[in-house]
Write a protein that binds this ligand. Structure first.
Ligand code: GCU
Length: 671
């Protein structure tokens, strides 16, 4: 049958290699489990389903491993099991041969479920399972998807149809898709879901909606997933009938505490609140002269003894600032040490807004007393929506691996986020979901890989982007070795290619206004300077780029001295970040041997040409991939090529009006 993409990476199709199938069959003749834990039951059902599909035979579930020669899989929970990685996580698992059987031990029910998915992944990717020995534990505790979904079914920055949550049908009707969604998330270790837009509607906190949220939470719970809500700061006024939403007002405090109790009464494993306040027009504590800590701590107090957290977003900026780059730092850094223990501050990977490439956010490493959640964007708001193939693991990794140097070399963003650098008890990571009602979930079929990669990196940021792409490709597209290698290499390079034909060398925020699609570097009027493009690229007759050194906005001073030193000098600043920090002369020679102008043009042209290379690579894998899926991606690559030319020509011609230089060979257009 034609592959419509619905089954994601959990296809469980019969393994083609008969020899391998026989080996797997011999080792999986039964599943033994006695626990009544609801998540372990999910694990049993998933294992049974997976093995049945992959091996083409039913697998009995028994209470106890039978004596004799039959080999099978034992599932067990052992909170004190010794698993590698984090010692505090309850999500770890171990898979080991014991006698003739394989034992999957989880530190909790969730651990067993994660172990089962890891075992199935071995089969799906064709690894040996005899003498298997795997042990793993997530480094980050709260691994969340953030949905920017609205009550009316639209999805902010969503490019895969409408919301998968059908609010008007809930709570009575539970679309089976919710379960498939939970399975997919559990399979990659995601354990939390904030189900609604950070530009939140107060409606979600009404008794009517709490029932709907409860219904969804009930679907997620057997998969080890907790539900969280984004909250509208002014809810006490809007739905509570109070005159104020001042966090220090006694009635307001009481309202939130009662609301938290009401939610936990219905949803005992509710995860907590996600808050966007005093940002982009959203209300917040600053409306009453209070600060972010006042607001976040009030909500933390409202959660009381319930097992929940507050994720308070640091994505803030205002009109009239000298450099938007610095705003979150200026507002949040002084509050370090003032947040209550249940609060995590959620910081986007970069200082502006999910651009195709940003330096890491200067808050990482700068708030040692506060656990920071890393927020990345899986939906491709600035990365070509669902038309461009851009594999995002390299982007996520670039941020996680970045060295803040705040506690000496090796103080990576990853170590800030997992809490190890500053010994935090809680840690979190969030990905803005790219999921919608489209049959294939993500619009672009390859967008599934970004959802997958987010989960895998949230679990273990040491995995390489290529290793994750290989797993995903084998499970989703093909196991034919040459095609796998071709597709993985194309994926691995795709983000760099996108950067080259859109915003090379540190250009940023030059995309179409509001829609955030296509080029608009000439945008000079947008209500506010920091919403224009010219504010960011600062092209003039002398050169290009935003001077953020001491002679400019000095945003560079927000970083540790080692980082400042490297990025502050045009000779040592990586070319990928050059125009983020420097206004560079058009004729300035660069380490590549070209002038800035010539390098810029080279990147735009080679970037656009690389899309043709991607088209060729994809075409060469045709025989190995489902024809429907292959045709879908072929068509999207054709759009990508067309739009890469659009970006290239728009930007090169626009910047040429300042550079006043010819297009260098070999890119000189025919006369
Ligand atoms: C971006 C995005 C908005 C979103 C905001 C946020 O600015 O364009 O749609 O609301 O980020 O993260 O809060």
């Amino acid at each position: 049958r034609a592959d419509d993409g619905y089954r994601l990476w959990l296809k469980y199709d019969l393994i083609g290699d008969a020899g391998q199938r026989t080996q797997y069959r011999a080792a999986t003749q039964f599943i033994a489990s006695t626990t009544n834990d609801v998540v372990v039951k999910t694990a049993v059902a998933e294992l049974q389903r997976g093995l049945q599909g992959l091996l083409g035979q039913p697998i009995p579930v028994v209470a106890k491993a039978p004596a004799g020669t039959k080999r099978g899989i034992l599932l067990s929970v052992d909170p004190s099991a010794n698993v590698s990685g984090s010692s505090t996580s309850k999500d770890g698992y171990r898979i080991a041969a014991e006698g003739k059987n394989l034992v999957v031990t989880g530190k909790s029910g969730s651990g067993v479920l994660y172990g089962v998915f890891a075992l199935l992944r071995q089969l799906q990717t064709g690894q040996s399972i005899s003498a298997l020995s795997l042990s793993s534990s997530p480094r980050i505790q709260y691994r969340l998807l953030n949905h920017w979904d609205n009550p009316n079914g639209t999805v902010e920055r969503g490019y895969a149809g409408s919301s998968i949550w059908k609010w008007y049908e809930l709570p009575q009707q539970l679309d089976p898709r919710y379960t498939d969604y939970a399975r997919a998330n559990a399979s990659i270790g995601v354990n939390g879901v904030a189900i609604n837009n950070v530009n939140a509607s107060a409606r979600y906190l009404t008794a009517e909606y709490i029932q709907k949220v409860k219904a969804l939470a009930g679907v997620m719970r057997p998969y080890g997933i907790r539900v969280y809500l984004s909250v509208f700061w002014a809810a006490p006024k809007v739905i509570g009938g109070l005159k104020t939403s001042d966090p220090l007002d006694a009635q307001v405090k009481q309202w939130w505490a009662a609301k938290a109790d009401e939610i936990y009464k219905e949803i005992p494993n509710f995860g907590g609140f996600l808050v966007k306040a005093n940002s982009e027009g959203e209300p917040g504590p600053q409306d009453y002269g209070r600060n972010h800590a006042d607001g976040a701590n009030m909500l933390a107090t409202a959660l009381g003894t319930h097992d929940g957290i507050v994720m308070w977003r640091a994505f803030v900026y205002k009109a009239g600032s000298s450099d938007r780059f610095k705003q979150a730092y200026e507002e949040f850094k002084p509050l370090d040490g003032q947040f209550s223990p249940k609060v995590l501050v959620q910081v986007k990977n970069g200082p502006i807004d999910f651009q195709a490439r940003e330096p890491f956010h200067p808050l990482f490493g700068a708030m040692p007393k506060t656990p920071l959640v890393l927020e990345v964007q899986i939906t491709q708001e600035y990365l070509g929506f669902a038309s461009h193939l851009v594999y995002l693991a390299p982007l996520f990794k670039e941020c996680l691996d970045a060295d803040t140097q705040t506690k000496g070399p090796g103080s990576t963003v990853a170590k800030v986020v997992d809490g190890s650098l500053d010994q935090h008890r809680i840690s979190g990571i969030a990905g803005v979901a790219n999921i919608g009602s489209d049959r294939n979930w993500t619009g672009h079929p390859m967008g599934q890989a970004n959802w997958y990669a987010f989960g895998r990196l949230a679990w273990d940021y040491n995995l390489t982007a290529a290793a994750i792409a290989t797993e995903w490709t084998k499970m989703t597209l093909t196991r034919e070795p040459k095609a796998v290698a071709t597709i993985v290499s194309m994926m691995d390079k795709s983000r760099d290619i996108y950067v080259r034909y859109t915003t090379p060398m540190g250009l940023h925020h030059i995309m179409g206004q509001n829609i955030h699609y296509g080029p608009e570097p000439w945008l000079a009027e947008a209500g506010r300077p920091d919403w224009t493009a010219v504010y960011y690229h600062k092209a003039d007759s002398a050169g290009l780029g935003f001077n953020r050194t001491a002679t400019g906005s000095n945003a560079l001073a927000l970083y540790s001295p080692g980082v400042q030193k490297q990025w502050g000098d045009t000779k040592t600043c990586p070319l990928d970040y050059l125009l983020w920090f420097h206004h560079v002369g058009w004729k300035q020679p660069l380490p590549t041997g070209r002038t800035l102008w010539s390098e810029l043009v080279t990147r735009y042209y080679t970037g656009a040409d690389s899309v043709t290379w991607m088209q060729q690579q994809w075409a060469s894998a045709k025989a190995a991939v489902d024809p429907t899926l292959h045709a879908d991606i072929t068509a999207r690559l054709a759009i990508q090529r067309r739009e890469a030319l659009w970006w290239r020509d728009a930007c090169v011609l626009y910047f040429q009006t300042y550079a006043k230089q010819p297009i260098p060979a070999p890119f000189t257009p025919p006369t």
